[in-house]
Design a protein. Structure first.
Length: 276
């Protein structure tokens, strides 16, 4: 437990530092590194690294996408993505005797999901000069707060198993507590954020209906992300995706819920205003 707490403190400290540099290329580099690490953990644990060309394309896509989205037009992104898919299909044709199509599909879909989901944080950061960093914090907090609340509620009050075949420790009570608890804490954060910004001269109102929607749906999606990662680990007989974060496992073990929350939040905030 002590190792887990120390790792969390170090991770949060690094995260705060990165957020202070959100307007620099450092933020894009961090997103790219995280995306590459997630892709690596997926491919290595699912026995896909032996397919060299496909793996190289996956890593190249994960590394390049954040910079393409930040500094180029979406036309370039579409062309690059299509080129990567073409190379993977051509490589599959060349190695069809050693590689099954479901492997190609797995490598392609997981790379697209993880890379594009991480890049959604760049999208959110760019939505507002004032609130962009707050959107990123809300994305991470709404996922991780739900996870934390679910863990504590499930530990003390959990009785009914949620998905015992996938994740035996998760309970219905923990899931409900995670969604509700995460939403309440998120609302408190948004309230405090508004007051702090008001003291700095930024006067705006909060659409608390949107905030509640963000909290509830993010909580639900974080459960889906967590269960998806748990299912992949169970099917491949692994406990954690990696060891880069002592006490927590790999990068994907911390960001599995974020991969589902980030696209939802980026899409929602593109059409509705949380702050007016």
């Amino acid at each position: 437990m002590l190792t887990r707490i120390i790792t969390a403190i170090v991770g949060i400290s690094i995260g705060i530092g990165v957020l202070f540099l959100a307007d620099t290329i450092v933020f894009d580099i961090v997103i790219a590194v995280l995306a590459v690490l997630i892709v690596y953990e997926l491919l290595s644990n699912c026995k896909c690294l032996e397919f060299k060309v496909h793996s190289a394309v996956c890593f190249a896509f994960a590394a390049a996408l954040p910079f393409l989205i930040q500094y180029f037009t979406m036309d370039i992104v579409y062309i690059f993505a299509t080129l990567c898919i073409f190379i993977m299909m051509a490589a599959f044709i060349a190695s069809h005797k050693k590689m099954e199509f479901d492997k190609v599909c797995f490598m392609l879909t997981t790379t697209l999901l993880s890379s594009m989901a991480m890049c959604c944080m760049i999208k959110m950061k760019n939505m507002s000069d004032i609130h962009g960093v707050c959107y990123v914090v809300i994305c991470l907090a709404s996922a991780w707060l739900s996870d934390g609340a679910a863990y504590f509620v499930g530990t003390f009050f959990g009785k009914h198993k949620l998905c015992p075949e996938i994740s035996p420790k998760k309970t219905v009570e923990g899931a409900v507590g995670g969604v509700v608890g995460g939403t309440v804490i998120l609302l408190i954060y948004i309230f405090v954020y508004q007051k702090v910004q008001a003291s700095r001269g930024y006067d705006f109102s909060v659409n608390y209906l949107v905030a509640v929607i963000i909290g509830l749906f993010s909580g639900l999606l974080s459960i889906v992300g967590d269960l998806t990662a748990s299912l992949i680990k169970r099917q491949h007989n692994i406990k954690d995706f990696g060891k880069i974060m002592p006490g927590h496992g790999g990068v994907l073990d911390r960001f599995d819920s974020v991969l589902f929350v980030a696209p939802f939040l980026a899409l929602l905030l593109n059409y509705v205003n949380l702050f007016n």
